[in-house]
Design a protein around this ligand. Structure first.
Ligand SMILES: NC(=O)c1ccc[n+]([C@@H]2O[C@H](COP(=O)([O-])OP(=O)(O)OC[C@H]3O[C@@H](n4cnc5c(N)ncnc54)[C@H](O)[C@@H]3O)[C@@H](O)[C@H]2O)c1
Length: 143
C-alpha cells in the first residue's frame, strides 16, 4: 500500500474507489490536519504564566522569628503587603524593619494565637485597618 503525500488517503484506497476526494479537497484536508496539529502543540507547550502575588495582603502568624520571618521576607520580594502577628513584639518590630529596608510595607500585631477571643478581635482589627487578607500562613504553633 503506497501513500500519496498530497493527501492523507492511501493510494490503494483511492484506486478501489472507497474514498473519492477532489485534489482541492485533499489539500484542504491536509492543511486542516496540519492546523489541528499546530494548535495541539501550541496548547501543550506554550509557556505557563506564573501567578503574581503583587499587591496581595499576606498575614503570617509567628512572624517574629524563624520560618515566619523568612516567609515574610520572601513575600516582601514578591511585592506583597505583610501583616505580621506574634506574641513577641520585639521580634515582629525587627522583622518589620527588615521589610522596610527591602522596600516593602508591614503592619505588626501582638497576639497570642492560643487565645480564641483575642484572635477574633485581632481579625476584625486587621480587616478594618489593612483590608481583607488574601493569604493566611498559620505558622505559629499552639498545642
Ligand atoms: N524549624 C523546624 O525545623 C520545624 C520543623 C517542623 C515544624 N516546624 C513548625 O514551624 C513553625 C515555626 O517554626 P520555627 O522554627 O520558625 O519556630 P520559631 O520558634 O523560630 O518561631 C515561632 C514564632 O512563633 C511565635 N509564637 C509562639 N507561640 C505563639 C503564640 N501562641 N501566638 C503567637 N505567636 C507565637 C514565637 O514568638 C516565634 O516568633 C512552628 O509551628 C513549628 O512547630 C518547624
Amino acid at each position: 500500500m503506497s501513500w500519496n503525500w498530497n493527501s492523507i488517503v492511501p493510494k490503494s484506497v483511492e484506486e478501489k474507489g472507497l474514498i473519492i476526494l477532489s485534489p482541492l479537497r485533499k489539500k484542504m484536508f491536509y492543511w486542516f490536519g496540519a492546523f489541528l496539529l499546530a494548535v495541539t502543540l501550541w496548547v501543550a507547550f506554550k509557556p505557563k504564566k506564573e501567578k503574581s502575588f503583587a499587591g496581595q495582603i499576606v498575614l503570617i502568624t509567628g512572624a517574629g522569628s524563624g520560618i515566619g520571618r523568612l516567609l515574610a521576607l520572601e513575600f516582601t520580594k514578591l511585592k506583597c503587603k505583610l501583616v505580621l502577628l506574634d506574641i513577641n513584639s520585639k521580634g515582629i518590630d525587627s522583622v518589620a524593619k527588615e521589610i522596610e529596608d527591602l522596600g516593602g510595607s508591614a503592619k505588626t500585631y501582638v497576639c497570642d494565637v492560643s487565645d480564641k477571643e483575642k484572635v477574633r478581635s485581632m481579625a476584625e482589627q486587621v480587616k478594618r485597618e489593612v483590608g481583607k487578607v488574601d493569604v493566611l500562613i498559620n505558622n505559629a504553633v499552639c498545642f
